[in-house]
Design a protein around this ligand. Structure first.
Ligand code: ADP
Ligand code: MG
Length: 612
């Protein structure tokens, strides 16, 4: 928009104006008034000229900004010989940018902290001996040794020992996490009280820590958001200020009155309040373990009417367990597990993990399937022992012309069910059980109380399972048996908007992008999910959605409040200054006070409390 001007407006310009002001003051005090005023005029004109120019360019294409008020004040002040008042307005304008930069710096401070706390050194065990290495040299599969007080260098799984780990820096979760053999450690977390030996499961480059750094980097880069409220108010406010000041001028016949009124009609609350509140709210969220990628996403979240959840891994733990296996056409349970396990080796789905586990626990051999194809939201297809195998949901098998015996009623299955077909015939049905997250019900309740009108669930799982969970959790609507593309259609057709989608990242990257706000959940969520999402929740807890919503709402309340306080104070001052009892210089200084009040109020978004 006003790129040239914005470019000029930085610290250097502000300092230059300050220094020039001080020189002019010295001149004025030593009696050299003409020189002082000459310098003031020079400074004021040279800073205002580019602004006038870009404003003129904007006006010609029918756009105009709020700084028209500031420019009018400056020009009028110079015409009327109120050079000092003009200088103060120029200072406010240049200073506004300083404040904005300051707010931006605060956002970047978090990134700085992350970067400076990044794991650097580690002890690995090579040839049976501990060696000190740089984290970058750790190879996947190597044994690393972490003592009490030390940082986990790369993502790893504990082989020996146990300790409490502080993950607060990564997830916002302040309670130390007890971990023992078999538990996963997040790079960057700190052992509080014990030594462990662990197997590296990532390199430093692909570690969880670097992943977070990338996310925060992206967030810090995002542009200052466009805030609609401020934009909507700027036109009426500018009109009002001009009308009021002109009326006073006409009524009193005194041009000085025009200046006195217009100079206290400060545009800064409209320019600064919202961006500052937003950056503060984003930084508050980050302390709570939520990375907000853009300010506009936070704005849409604040106004959300519908929140849609994915089921598996989001409302449920996503740690599935094979519960029972039904067999058909002469197959045995172990055979079913072996066939399904062989195909699921190639899948990352939570169902795949569960089936492989069950195969291992039952000592069933898994072989290598060929030509494995994964159909997202449906299942897998492959060849094994010369026969075509299908492993997936009922719809998928039906579409492949597999006949399901009439004795089987899908409505009676209220667990996740995986159907296995061999050579065109149904061979077995594996039922899997998942647990609903304990905090899910309360989360839905609290979202409703905070103003969400419509809480819904979209899932690829079967209808009966979905309905049972929806009832338990108090959801308003369910859409089951939805493919990833169907999920997107459901989100698109929602009437009460903006609509938020919360998913764990398995098969839902398109919906995360397509929803007005996409929230990816879980520290272990896939990289694709956190890339498509607007917000990333770093812990594996769905209740953080409430925190995110609360922070978003409160941030916008604070932004609005700051804007209204600023406008209110401006209007009061305009009325008082219409009496003509105060000089334009006093007006310019009071305007500065209003700006400071507004900025401090907006900064309160840093301190938002989240009721647990
Ligand atoms: P959700 O929406 O619950 O997260 P998905 O969209 O990931 O579920 O999957 C939907 C359904 O597709 C699953 O319930 C399952 O029946 C089937 N499915 C998807 N991937 C697989 C797989 N790898 N193995 C077996 N079934 C699968
Ligand atoms: Mg899922």
């Amino acid at each position: 928009m006003k790129k040239a001007w914005l470019f000029l407006l930085n610290y250097k310009l502000f300092s230059l104006v300050m220094v020039a002001g001080l020189v002019a003051l010295t001149l004025e005090l030593s009696g050299a008034r003409t020189a002082s005023h000459g310098l003031l005029i020079l400074v004021v004109i040279s800073v205002t000229m580019p602004l006038v120019w870009s404003m003129w360019q904007d006006l010609r294409v029918g756009k105009y900004g709020i700084d028209i008020l500031a420019v009018t004040s400056i020009v009028t002040a110079v015409i009327l010989g109120e050079y000092w008042a003009a200088l103060v307005v120029v200072l406010i304008l240049t200073g506004g940018e300083v404040i904005e930069n300051f707010a931006e710096h605060r956002a970047r401070a978090e990134l700085g902290a992350l970067l400076s706390h990044a794991p650097k050194n580690a002890h690995v065990i090579r040839k049976g001996k501990p060696v000190n290495v740089k984290v970058g040299e750790i190879r996947v599969g190597e044994k690393v040794f972490i003592r009490a007080g030390e940082q986990v260098p790369v993502d790893a799984v504990i082989l020996e020992g146990s300790a409490n780990f502080d993950e607060s820096f990564l997830t916002g979760e302040s309670v130390p996490q007890p971990k023992e053999m078999g538990f996963e450690l997040l790079s960057g977390s700190i052992s509080l009280d014990g030594a462990v030996t662990a197997k590296a499961i990532s390199t430093a480059e692909n570690s969880h820590y670097q992943h977070i750094i990338k996310l925060v980097e992206g967030a810090a880069k995002s542009q200052a958001p466009f805030v609609r409220l401020a934009d909507r108010l700027s036109l009426p406010f500018t009109f009002f200020a001009f009308a009021f000041a002109s009326a006073v001028w006409l009524f009193t016949g005194d041009a000085e009155r025009f200046l006195q009124v217009i100079i206290v009609a400060t545009p800064c609350p409209l320019l600064l309040a919202a961006p500052i509140a937003l950056v503060s709210g984003m930084s508050r969220a980050s302390r709570y373990g939520i990375i907000v990628k853009t300010g506009s996403a936070l704005e849409r979240l604040a106004e959300a009417k519908t929140i849609a959840f994915d089921k598996t891994g989001t409302l449920t733990h996503g740690v599935l367990k094979v519960k029972s296996i039904k067999t058909y056409n002469g197959f045995k349970q172990d055979q079913i597990l072996s066939i399904a396990g062989s195909l699921e080796q190639s899948s990352n789905h939570l169902i795949a993990k569960a089936i492989q586990h069950a195969a291992k626990d039952n000592g069933v051999k898994i072989t290598k399937a060929r030509h494995v194809q994964e159909m997202s939201g449906r299942g897998l297809k492959a060849t094994l022992g010369g026969e075509e195998i299908l492993v997936g949901n009922l719809k998928f098998l039906a579409a492949e012309d597999i006949t399901i015996p009439s004795s089987h009623n899908p409505q009676n299955i209220n667990n996740t069910a995986v159907y296995v077909a061999v050579g065109g015939k149904l061979a077995g049905i594996i039922s899997l059980k998942d647990r609903v997250r304990p905090e899910a019900e309360e989360t839905i309740g609290r979202l409703h109380r905070l103003g969400v009108k419509n809480a819904l669930m979209v899932t690829g799982d079967n209808d009966a399972t979905a309905q049972a969970i929806a009832k338990q959790l108090g959801l308003d609507q369910v859409h089951a048996e939805a493919l990833p593309a169907d999920k997107l259609c459901v989100i698109d057709s929602v009437k009460q908007r903006p609509v938020v989608f919360v998913g764990d990242g398995t098969n839902d990257a398109p919906v995360l992008t397509g929803a007005d706000v996409g929230i990816a959940m879980g520290a272990h969520g896939s990289a694709a999910a956190s890339e498509s999402a607007d917000l990333v929740i770093m812990t594996d807890s769905v209740s953080k959605v409430v925190g995110a919503y609360a922070i978003a709402k409160r941030t916008f309340q604070i932004a609005k409040q700051s804007i209204y306080i600023g406008i209110g104070l401006s209007v009061v001052l305009m009325t008082v200054f219409a009496t003509g009892k105060f000089t334009p210089l006093t007006g310019a200084l009071l305007q500065e006070v209003v700006d400071v009040v507004v900025v401090f109020n907006a900064l309160r978004a840093h301190l938002i409390t989240i009721g647990e």
